[in-house]
Design a binder for this molecule. Structure first.
Ligand code: CA
Length: 229
């Protein structure tokens, strides 16, 4: 499994359908692994640990639903997104009803562009979950869930305003934020605050970040505002 080239497993018994999927997903830069039956699909899931699975409902032998159910019942594989292909919309309803745990459903005949968009959406979702809302800039790590910030592994103690300021900075490193814009975003549009308030809190944020022993990561851009990095 490569970070730059996600692996997609296709489980589809119809050669022409498989070929279209293989051709287009490969052209999109994915590494594609193909299975022609449910059994082979289950084997390849364990062998390849793909980043996503495009799974046909109607398969000879083990059905797509059973394949999905098995993938979702094993802790090692249940996080892999499964996009189920189905011939009829009634089947999709049935898949939903069966609660197989499929992450998305596409009805045949489908647009390959739409399918690829859905694959990409699933990959984005699992990637976001894997990093757990962590925002990173150099040695600074901001955890959006626990509201904790560390620098070089040392905890940075921040007040809520400084935390919000850093959240904005770290989401777009290098971007210069005018003071007025920071006032709007961090304090709210209706806040009757002077832009000097921004200077005070940026000053506190700098002090807290430097307290861990690192250099000042925030830049003051004359006549423009502040930037991280
Ligand atoms: Ca089929």
């Amino acid at each position: 499994m490569s970070a730059t080239q996600p692996c997609i497993l296709i489980v589809e018994d119809e050669p022409s359908q498989r070929e279209v999927l293989n051709y287009n997903l490969t052209a999109e830069g994915f590494r594609v692994v193909q299975a022609t039956s449910g059994d082979e699909g289950l084997l390849l899931v364990r062998e390849e640990m793909p980043d996503a699975i495009v799974l046909d409902w109607m398969l000879p032998g083990v059905s797509g639903i059973e394949v999905c159910r098995q993938i979702k019942s094993v802790s090692e594989t249940k996080g892999i997104p499964v996009i189920m292909l189905s011939a009829r919309s009634e089947e999709v309803d049935k898949v939903r009803g069966l609660e197989t745990g499929a992450d998305d459903y596409v009805v045949k005949p489908y647009s390959i562009k739409e399918l690829i968009a859905r694959v990409r959406a699933q990959l984005r979702r699992t990637r976001a979950a894997a990093i757990g809302e962590l925002l990173v800039f150099e040695d600074i790590i901001l955890d959006g869930e626990t509201h904790r910030v560390t620098r070089g592994g040392i905890e940075v103690k921040l007040g809520p305003t400084e935390f919000r300021l850093l959240s904005h900075f770290i989401e777009k490193p290098g971007r210069v934020w005018p003071r007025e814009q920071l006032l709007d975003r961090v304090w709210g549009r209706d806040a009757f605050m002077d832009t000097r308030t921004v200077d005070v809190h940026v000053g506190r944020l700098r002090k807290a970040l430097k307290a861990t022993g690192g250099s000042d990561p925030i830049r003051t851009v004359r006549g423009a505002g502040y930037a991280l990095g």
